[in-house]
Design a binder for this molecule. Structure first.
Ligand SMILES: Cc1ncc(C[n+]2csc(CCOP(=O)(O)OP(=O)(O)O)c2C)c(N)n1
Length: 635
């Protein structure tokens, strides 16, 4: 009886929120309310310390279920008040349309783009296994929490969920429990319209433990969670539910997915459940008292954990935890460079130096580590070691790394060819939007890819990622700029950074890189009486230097500005920009789409088409990226 009243309280809070906002999704919260009540009994978390390391993680992959999410965080005592629920979806409220990490206390990660939450949950589970492998011993466990994820039909239709769950099964993530709100309804209607696969068999074949239950039967939900917790595989609980359960006439209807139920329907539903139809945003004291037990029990759980840490029989466990939690960047032995080298190579050396010094620095590639140069030598294989084999699953890789970064003591990187950043763009966007410090290693950065041809040659990608707010794209021209890039990126705790590196060798710049590289751009070569400034990044900086010599032969004097990070350069003040761009005429050179350079340049020498398949040198010739061609164009 009590559980029913608790679930109905969530239902009507969610319905009232959507009604008051005249916008939102009542269906999923009402369908999931019974599951949420039982989950509350299992979840180990501390509302007074939402960042307790050994808490269970809870991810709502269907981010549209905010009516449920905010109701729960209010009921559990995370600091949300009824007034916040009444401000649902309003400007500057704590209760925006989809859950935002860092905005509302307790939200583990921003969700909304379907499928990502599942991959995030896999990321939390993987992070937990890695930190556990460093700190747990036979005698005492530092990390032993679960990761729960609620998802819907939409999440499982997304290809990302396939990738992520495949990784979870392969890695036997027995700490992961995915609860599938199987209501067979999406926006357009019944799932019969769009999907007919057997989800049970799909997860079976991916190495999961699968259970199927009535998602409105409290005892079945309870038993399923208990079994899932003791499984030696990741668990899927297929919970058969009715969307908008308890709403009366809209129960089971797709019309309840994303529109207010209507005052009349809500009033009737409240009456049918024994609630007062006149009372809105109402939670009875007994219901509140039950949910608020989370505060007491959470505090107790964390205290027990702290006690456990103090009692750890092995000092090394505590030391390992301490080292993970307090990375010391001064321990990094930065490599130095003295010869021509591809920046993917210099980047690989830097990455190894960082990994050696920083315990929580881990990552991997989507099957391209030999090409991306991301293997961390002699540093082992995940879960104990640092090298993660993500397989050819870019979207899952980047979404997993987002969660790993938010887990706490982990600093993750992910790698692939720059052109395939397309496959992970949604996760990069979430990283930027929410301020997640993920490091993206993207090699093979231009037509310099050569023979693999236009499918493998990024053209619009630099522009695309430079257009992303709070995302820092580094395209170093040599190893020394590459070092500065990492030094800056490691300090940017609330921003993702990308390292866009060449496949082909690049000459060392003529002088040791100046500290101003950290400003995103700097005056590399200054000629007295210069009339033109050439601006470039990465491989085109060398080209700009050679063009400068060509133009000198024609009596034209030129300055060269190297721009390893366009995003940082545009943040500099006018005085700094004037100190490096001193001529009236400014020309930018980039073997990519490059239109953003018009912010500084009068003329941009760039790619107007896709590339082609040929040795790289021939391609630079064909597309006009030679000192002769550029010099002739300019004079
Ligand atoms: C990647 C992505 N595509 C589309 C949407 C828009 N969208 C939000 S909810 C939804 C339907 C989800 O159906 P389901 O998971 O069954 O949720 P339920 O109907 O049970 O609430 C869609 C298409 C989205 N949020 N993310």
């Amino acid at each position: 009886m009590m559980r029913q009243k608790m679930a109905d309280s969530i239902r009507f809070l969610a319905a009232d929120m959507v009604q008051a906002a005249n916008s939102g999704h009542p269906g999923a919260p009402m369908g999931l309310a019974d599951i949420a009540v039982v989950l509350s009994e299992h979840l180990s978390h501390n509302p007074k310390n939402p960042s307790w390391l050994n808490r269970d993680r809870l991810v709502f992959s269907g981010g549209h279920a905010t009516g449920l999410i905010y109701s729960l965080y209010y009921l559990w005592g995370y600091g949300l008040e009824l007034d916040d629920l009444k401000q649902f979806r309003q400007l500057d409220s704590k209760t925006p349309g989809h859950p935002e990490y860092g905005h509302t206390e307790g939200i583990e990660i921003t969700t909304g783009p379907l499928g990502q939450g599942i991959a995030n949950a896999v990321g939390f589970a993987m992070a937990s296994k890695h930190v556990g492998a460093q700190t747990n011993s036979e005698m005492a466990k530092v990390i032993d929490h679960s990761v729960y994820c609620l998802c819907g039909d939409g999440d499982l239709e997304e290809g990302l969920s396939y990738e992520a769950c495949s990784i979870a099964g392969h890695n036997k993530l027995d700490n992961l429990i995915l609860i599938y709100d199987s209501n067979n309804i999406t926006i357009e209607g019944s799932t019969d319209l769009s999907i007919s696969e057997n989800i049970h068999k799909r997860f079976d074949s991916q190495g999961w433990d699968v259970q199927e239950i009535d998602g409105h039967n409290f005892d079945e939900i309870d038993a399923a969670i208990i079994r899932a917790k003791s499984s030696d595989k990741p668990s899927l609980i297929i919970a058969n539910t009715l969307i908008a359960k308890g709403s009366g006439e809209l129960e089971g209807s797709h019309h309840a997915h994303g529109a207010p139920l209507g005052e009349e329907v809500i009033a009737k539903a409240k009456t049918a459940a024994g609630f007062d139809p006149e009372k809105k945003f109402f939670v009875d004291v007994d219901v509140m008292a039950r949910f608020r037990c989370a505060i007491e029990s959470g505090d107790l759980s964390e205290r027990e954990w702290i006690h456990r840490l103090k009692e750890l029989p092995l000092m090394e466990q505590n030391e390992a935890l301490d080292a993970l939690q307090n990375p010391d960047f001064s321990r990094i032995q930065w490599p130095t460079f003295d010869k021509a080298e591809a920046t993917r190579g210099t980047n690989g050396k830097i990455l190894n130096a960082v990994a050696k010094a920083i315990p929580g620095f881990i990552g991997g590639s989507a099957d391209l580590s030999p090409s991306n140069k991301t293997e961390m030598k002699n540093m082992g294989v995940y879960p104990k070691g640092k090298n993660i084999y993500f397989g050819i699953r870019e979207h899952a890789m980047a979404s997993i790394c987002n969660a790993m970064a938010l887990y706490g003591p982990i600093m993750p990187f992910s790698a692939t060819f720059f052109v395939f950043s397309d496959y992970l763009k949604p996760a990069a966007r979430i990283a930027a939007l929410t301020g997640i410090q993920q490091f993206f290693v993207w090699t093979h950065d231009s037509i310099g890819v050569g023979e693999d041809g236009p499918t493998h040659q990024p053209i619009e990608h630099l522009s695309q990622f430079r257009a992303l707010p709070n995302f820092y794209v580094w395209r170093p021209a040599d190893g020394n700029e590459n070092v500065v890039a990492w030094q800056v990126a490691l300090e940017m705790k609330r921003s993702p950074s990308a390292f866009v590196c060449s496949r082909q060798n690049l000459s060392l710049l003529p002088k040791a890189v100046s500290g101003n590289a950290a400003k995103g751009g700097y005056l590399l070569e200054e000629t007295s009486g210069a009339t033109i400034t050439l601006m470039a990044s990465g491989s085109e900086v060398e080209l700009a230097m050679n063009t400068k010599s060509k133009l000198a032969e024609k009596g034209v004097k030129v300055n060269v500005v190297s721009v390893p990070c366009f995003d940082l350069l545009i943040e500099q003040d006018k005085a700094y920009l004037d100190s490096i761009i001193k001529t009236d005429k400014v020309v930018a050179i980039e073997a990519a789409r490059g239109l953003e350079w018009y912010r500084f340049a009068d003329e941009v020498i760039c790619m107007d088409t896709f590339g082609a398949s040929a040795p790289a040198g021939q391609l630079f010739d064909k597309f006009g990226f030679t000192p002769e061609a550029i010099a002739n164009k300019l004079v």
